[in-house]
Design a binder for this molecule. Structure first.
Ligand code: FAD
Length: 425
């Protein structure tokens, strides 16, 4: 019987396990390898950093849920994958063989590519809940001694939505505390224009987000490369559309949060023909590696080419719904292979996103996420904030129950015409 292994137990890995369970035959075994016993809901990290959530509000004990579902959970983490031998070395010195492997390891955060960047340097991060907890302490220090804020995403970043969200919820919280007037804010981004999001915009996100920035008195610098960060100052080069230096900015700050560039995690980085030069897993349209046919990948760790050239490198974001579509396709494909059938399921890579501003927000639907698109829609409203809170509760409920897509979710998505799997002729 088959040994199926999911490597990584974040958003994609956890859902992957839940969707694989019904695909297994009697006697097949499913193992999930995580780092530690708990799952945390990454999209809520900005709220943790601002103090609107505690870490325990957004964490789930995975060991217990996986046990209930009959999935073996190993929390010691993987050291290295050996694709030639269908084997994984774990951090505790043990080793595990697989027949099918799904890599769901998310990003390695490349703070080291900019001197002074990140929680071990001088800027905060919201990419991990541990970082968000530390960012909250720094935010409280800022609140007691207000000063300038810099928020954004550095060169090579591929995740921009959370940077906008964080800038706007900081603004909302500072206004609530009546200290916004003492806090000048600057948004620094590698995007060629505000609202590009690594996707050449969705609907009119350019106008929507620029207008929101103006409304909230947040200045911005686009086409930006962060050169260095010191204790209280960020050096930023702004380039023109040909990439030539236009201006250098020295930005003083009392609090800064910059999203880093992502790359593949060390357990897979540099495996020839499995990964691209940044360590992301190469996949075909069935989420399957072209060389190692028993290896699939889902989530942020998947290699996707940029949508178009830009003066400063920007990557394509891998958003939640898009990731869920990768997961569903992979589960169907492994289920088919276990039954000696072809792996023909193809994910839509549609994107449905809610970006929270603390008191309102922007929703967007991009079908598919990579342009040109069949649906290209974005809209702003107070309802988005409430929808995002509701979605957080719903998603955590699903993770706790060990469910990927309850029937009512499937029903609503079907009615809206939002699909995870392409119907192929
Ligand atoms: C701050 C932030 C907010 C976001 N908000 C949204 C949002 O609102 N909407 C949206 O659509 N998308 C959002 N995203 C994008 C995306 O949905 C999330 O990043 C999502 O968590 C990605 O899922 P993933 O499974 O690929 O990675 P992750 O959720 O990061 O999971 C990867 C897991 O792999 C584990 N891992 C790594 N290496 C190993 C190893 N060697 N051994 C074992 N385990 C390992 C890690 O511990 C981690 O648990 C956000 C991203 C960020 C950073």
């Amino acid at each position: 019987m088959a040994e199926v292994v999911v490597l990584g137990a974040g958003l994609s890995g956890t859902l992957m396990a839940y969707e694989l369970v019904p695909q297994l035959r009697d006697g097949d075994r499913l193992t999930v390898i995580g780092q530690g016993p708990r799952y945390h809901f990454v999209p809520s990290n900005p709220w943790v950093a601002i103090g609107w959530r505690k870490r325990e509000d957004i964490e789930v004990d995975l060991e217990e849920v996986m046990r209930r579902k009959g999935v073996r959970y190993l929390g010691q983490g993987a050291k290295r994958v050996h694709t030639g031998e269908n084997r994984i070395d774990l951090e505790d010195g043990s080793s595990l063989s697989y027949d099918y492997l799904v890599v769901a390891t998310g990003p390695d955060l490349a703070f080291d590519e900019v001197p002074g960047l990140g929680p071990n340097g001088y800027t905060q991060s919201i990419c991990h809940v541990d970082h968000a907890v530390r960012a909250h302490d720094a935010f409280e220090r800022l609140a007691s001694k207000p000063g300038p804020i810099v928020v954004g995403a550095v060169q090579g970043a591929s995740c921009f939505g959370p940077a906008y969200e964080f800038a706007f919820i900081l603004d909302t919280e500072l206004r609530k505390r009546r200290i916004r007037d003492k806090v000048p804010m600057t948004f620094v981004t590698s995007e060629p224009y505000i609202g590009h999001l690594g996707l050449d915009g969705v609907g009119d996100t350019k106008t929507l987000l620029e207008s929101e920035m103006r409304d909230r008195h947040i200045k911005w610098i686009t086409n930006a490369k962060v050169k260095t960060v010191d204790a209280e100052k960020m050096s930023v080069e702004e380039v023109d559309e040909d990439g030539a230096l236009r201006r250098t900015h020295e930005l003083p700050f009392a609090f800064a949060m910059m999203l880093p560039a992502f790359r593949g995690v060390p357990a897979v980085f540099g495996i020839e023909k499995l990964t691209n030069p940044r360590g992301f897993i190469l996949v075909d349209k069935h989420q399957r590696n072209p060389e190692y046919r028993n290896v699939f990948a889902v989530g942020v760790g998947v290699a996707i080419a940029p949508v178009s050239p830009s003066p400063v490198p920007v990557g394509v974001p891998k958003t939640g719904f898009m990731i869920e579509s990768m997961v569903t396709a992979t589960a169907l494909n492994i289920g088919a292979l276990l039954r000696d059938q072809p792996a023909g399921a193809e994910a839509t890579w549609n994107a449905v996103c809610l970006a929270d501003f603390g008191d309102s927000g922007v929703a967007f639907v991009a079908q598919p996420q990579i342009p040109p698109r069949n649906v290209n829609w974005a809209s702003k409203g107070d309802w988005v904030h409430y929808a995002k809170v509701a979605f957080e509760k719903f998603f955590l409920h699903k993770i706790r129950r060990g469910e990927s897509e309850p029937y009512y979710e499937r029903f609503v998505l079907e009615r809206l015409g939002i699909r995870k799997i392409k119907t192929t002729a």
